[in-house]
Ligand binder design. Structure first.
Ligand SMILES: [Zn+2]
Length: 260
């Protein structure tokens, strides 16, 4: 699933290539069993001049001069490409001579959705150790589920939450309130650091979630991953366990030596 670094990577490519240009036409691809974009979104985009591409959490926002914004969510498997064919094109926009296409094989993505209430992003100044402590100290839910709850912290999904917890030495299944203050301080740092590294690396391209940017280029973050999708820990070389145990419906890996 595209997380903050992957969506930011998409945003940067689109911003550089299309800001200031006009969307000459839009078209629905194959809307079968797919929730089509609302008419209001199509009206904003069609013939609109692109002011900028913004991002909030995992949401990509197209800002149209004088008309408003249209929000894209890539969902589980959504991809945006410049040109590029697939059987799962749901929506396309022509910008100059190029077709920008939204593909979504698993159909959880959306074009023209509302922006939900989101917590601060780990790079925001509001995301402090006090903020995270305030969330975790009263909760019995697993810490991993809490930091992946977009209403509390925006941007982390399975890959980056797994890696942030590993870097902080905290097991994903621990109750939020079981963390000591020093552990929360460390986790605050690692959540931010892992996302900064992910953005710098242009996202993570893993076998199961094959992320590519709109120009078809893979990210490099997978090379810096220590436990996610690995059999052995990148730090200590020990066996990674818990890959089948699910937290919040997703597999959750950790290293029993590095994480307590
Ligand atoms: Zn380890």
């Amino acid at each position: 699933m595209p997380e903050l670094p992957e969506v930011e990577t998409v945003r940067r490519v689109l911003q550089e290539r299309y800001a200031g240009k006009v969307i000459t036409a839009v078209a629905l691809g194959k809307p079968t069993f797919y929730r089509a974009p609302p008419l209001a979104a199509i009206k904003i985009l069609t013939g609109g001049s692109i002011a900028s591409f913004k991002r909030r959490g995992k949401y990509l926002i197209v800002v149209i001069e004088g008309r408003g914004e249209v929000i894209f969510h890539l969902g589980m498997s959504g991809r945006i490409t410049v040109g590029g064919e697939s059987p799962h094109v749901r929506f396309q926009m022509w910008i100059g001579t190029e077709a920008v296409r939204f593909h979504d094989s698993r159909r959880f993505g959306r074009v023209g959705c509302p922006l939900p209430a989101l917590g601060p992003e780990p790079m925001d100044p509001e995301f402090t150790s006090d903020y995270l402590w305030g969330i975790l100290r009263k909760r019995t839910a697993p810490v991993k589920a809490l930091i992946m709850d977009q209403k509390l912290v925006a941007g982390l999904g399975n890959i980056y939450a797994t890696e942030a917890l590993h870097a902080a030495g905290i097991r994903p299944g621990r109750a939020g309130k079981s963390l000591r203050r020093a552990e929360v301080d460390k986790l605050t740092e690692t959540c931010r650091d892992i996302l900064v590294r992910g953005v710098d690396a242009g996202g993570a391209t893993l076998d199961d979630e094959a992320f590519l940017d709109p120009l078809g280029r893979p990210g490099r973050m997978q090379m810096g991953v220590m436990v996610y999708g690995r059999k052995t820990c990148g730090t200590c070389g020990g066996a990674v366990i818990g890959t089948r145990k699910s937290i919040g419906g997703r597999a959750s890996a950790y290293c029993p030596s590095c994480q307590r």
